[in-house]
Design a protein around this ligand. Structure first.
Ligand SMILES: Nc1ncnc2c1ncn2[C@@H]1O[C@H](COP(=O)(O)OP(=O)(O)OP(=O)(O)O)[C@@H](O)[C@H]1O
Ligand SMILES: [Mg+2]
Length: 248
């Protein structure tokens, strides 16, 4: 049998690892005239499949701007976003159907879990797959598996309001993983959790990156969990840089 030749050579980086997310020259200018704010300038990042990246930086430094640009919910003014080897944003211009692409390839976890209150835990996960065209039965089965692997299957039929903050966060992570995304983006997902729960969620991201081969970016202020991450980036005044090696 002839081996299949990949038709998109940009998927692998020079060291042969698959690239999940790549941004080049990502720039965002909000407003114009004397209200103009350059929130992000020339941000470059490469996240490989299976890698977890932390994004640090003071308030207002551009972290959420970066994350929402990568998550295709806030178009950049300039620069490119490439996901799984495919160019998806070229400056403010989408190169794919953003809604469909996001649903299929991107999982988002916000600080407040933004789960749907009137659905139970299982339904919150299930609906993400149904919206993506999966049958109810298959979606239900996979939702249960995900909740089980996140340790909340015993709460599957409980409404969101009946779950603890940590349990809600796990359901949100299950939902973010539902469609096997290439990309998982989390904006301060542990801000509402105590340090023990916070660490558990970070370790979960690491496990998911490894097991599912996703690229994960987590915005965090929690310096105690940085050991979980493969690479640490820092933003300051809209400028992204890779943090230097940990201090001895
Ligand atoms: N919709 C918007 N319109 C105008 N300016 C904005 C908008 N969103 C963000 N900004 C500005 O862009 C800059 C970066 O904001 P951003 O939300 O990305 O920061 P952040 O690093 O996520 O901060 P925090 O840690 O407080 O969440 C800030 O100066 C902010 O005021
Ligand atoms: Mg923010």
């Amino acid at each position: 049998m002839t081996p299949q030749v990949a038709d998109n050579s940009s998927i692998a980086s020079p060291d042969g690892r698959e690239v999940a997310i790549q941004t080049t020259g990502l720039t965002k200018v909000y407003g114009s005239g004397n209200t103009e704010v350059v929130a992000m300038r020339d941000a470059d990042m490469v996240v490989h499949a299976g890698e977890v990246v932390a994004l640090l930086g003071p308030s207002g430094s551009g972290k959420s701007t970066f994350l929402t640009a990568v998550g295709l919910i806030n178009p950049p003014t300039a620069g490119q976003v490439t996901i799984g080897g495919q160019l998806v944003m070229d400056g403010p211009l989408p190169k794919v159907n953003l809604r469909a692409f996001r649903r299929k390839y991107v999982g988002f976890v916000f600080q407040k879990s933004n789960l749907i209150d009137f659905l139970n835990a299982r339904e919150n996960v299930q609906i993400a797959m149904e919206l993506n065209g999966m049958s109810s039965l298959a979606a239900r089965r996979r939702a249960m598996q995900l909740l089980d692997s996140l340790g909340v299957s015993d709460r599957s039929e409980h409404r969101i309001a009946m779950l603890s903050g940590g349990q809600q966060q796990r359901v949100a992570v299950a939902r973010a993983l539902a469609n096997n995304p290439k990309v998982i983006l989390a904006d301060e997902p542990t801000a509402a959790l105590d340090s023990h729960r916070g660490r558990q969620v970070m370790e979960l991201f690491q496990r998911v990156a490894r097991e599912f081969g996703a690229g994960v970016i987590v915005v965090t202020h929690d310096h105690r969990t940085l050991d979980v991450f493969d690479t640490i980036y820092e933003m300051e005044d809209g400028i992204m840089r890779e943090a230097t090696a940990k201090q001895p």
